[in-house]
Design a binder for this molecule. Sequence first.
Ligand code: SF4
Length: 411
Amino acid sequence: MNVKDSEHIIAELSDEYEITQNPENADLILLNTCSVREKPVQKLFSELGALNKKNPNAKFGVCGCTASHMGKEIIKRAPFVSFVLGARNVSRIKEALNTPKAVITDLDYDETTYVFKNTRKNPYKDFINIMVGCDKKCSYCIVPKTRGKELSIPMDLIIGQIEKLAAEGVKEITLLGQNVNNYGKRFSVSHPKVDFTDLLREVSKIDGIERIRFTSPHPLHADDRFLEEFANNPKICKHIHFPLQSGSTKLLKAMRRGYSKEWFLNRCEIIRQIPDVSITTDIIVGFPGESEEDFEETMDVLEKVRFEQIFSFVYSPRPLTEAADMPNQVDKQVAKERLYRLQKRHAEILDEIAKNQIGKIYKVLIEEPGMGKSDNFFTVKIPQKDKYLGEIVDVKITNANKHTLSGEVVK
Ligand code: SF4
C-alpha cells in the first residue's frame, strides 16, 4: 500500500515535477514512511539528516504512516521539514506543498471517492486500492492509528478505473486493502450491499482483464463463499497471501486476531484442494507471552501448510498499541533464536517445494524481458528476452531454486 501511495503522490505532482535519481539536484525530497516496525522510524531521522546535508536547499516533506502518528513532532525534530502528510491524506499532497509547515494527518479524511491520476509503471499490470483504513484492533498493530477507520471505495469507481486500465492493455490487476475480504462493510456514500466476492465477480467480467490478484485477505473473513469464488473463478490467480501471525490460539487471542489455529488450518486445507495453489503468510515471533509451546504451534502450522513464502519478523513493540504495554515481553535473544529456527525450517521446505516444480507447466505473464510471474506467484525466467513481452504463455519448468523457476515456453 505504501508503494501505491508513493505512486499516487508522484502522479499527483507529475505536472509540476519530474523524478530524479539524484537527491543533490532535487527541488523537492519526499520520504514516504512506514511505521509497522520500529526500525524504519529510527531510519527516518538519520535519512532526513543525511539528505539535508547533501541538499540543504531542497524542500522536504514526510508522508505516510510515521507522518500520521508523529505529526508535528517530525518538524520539531527536523525543523527543515516543510510539511507532514499522513497516510490517509495522500490526495492532499498539493495542499501540503503549498501550505508552509503544513501538518495534515486527518484520520477521518475520506479519500474513497477521489480518483487519483494514472500511476501505472508496468504496461501489463497495475494495483488498485479498494478500501482505506482498518477497523481491526490487532493488539500489536499501529495501522488503525495511522490509516484510520475502514472505508470501502464505491464499486462503480473501482470497476470504472479497471475498465479504463483494461482498455489501455492492462491484463493483470491486484486489488489492494488492509482486509480486502471485508470489502463492503462501510461506504461513505450510499451504496448497495456488496461484499468482496461480489467485487471479484464484477472485476472478472471486464474484458481484457485476464488475471486478478488481491492482498491481503484476513483469515477471519475467509468464509466458504469467498473460498469457493477463489477456487472456481478462472480469472483469479491461485495465490493467496494469508497472514497467520501465530500458530498458537492462545497468542492469536492475545493478538486479537479473531480466529484460532484450527480455523486457520481448516481454511488452508480447503485452499490446498486447488491444484498448484500457493499460500504465503506473515509470522510474528516472540509476541508477548509466547512460550516455547506456543512457538511449536507456529512450527506445527508451518509443517502442515508448507507455505510457499513467509514474511517473518521478531515482534516489534509499537507505540499506541496494547501489546507494547503487555508485561510478559519475550527476551529478544530467545525471539531471535526462534526466528532463526523458523526460517531455517522454512528454507528446507522451500527446497522441497522447488524440486516439485520441475516438469510442471504454468501460465506466466511475461512482465519484463525474459521474466514473469506464474499464476501462483512464482518468479519464472524464460530464455527469450525479445519475445512474449506482455503475453501470458505456458512455461514448462526445467530448473528451480528457492526463489526462481526457469523453463521453456511450450505454448
Ligand atoms: S488487520 Fe490487524 S494487522 Fe492488519 S492492518 Fe488491521 S490491525 Fe493491523
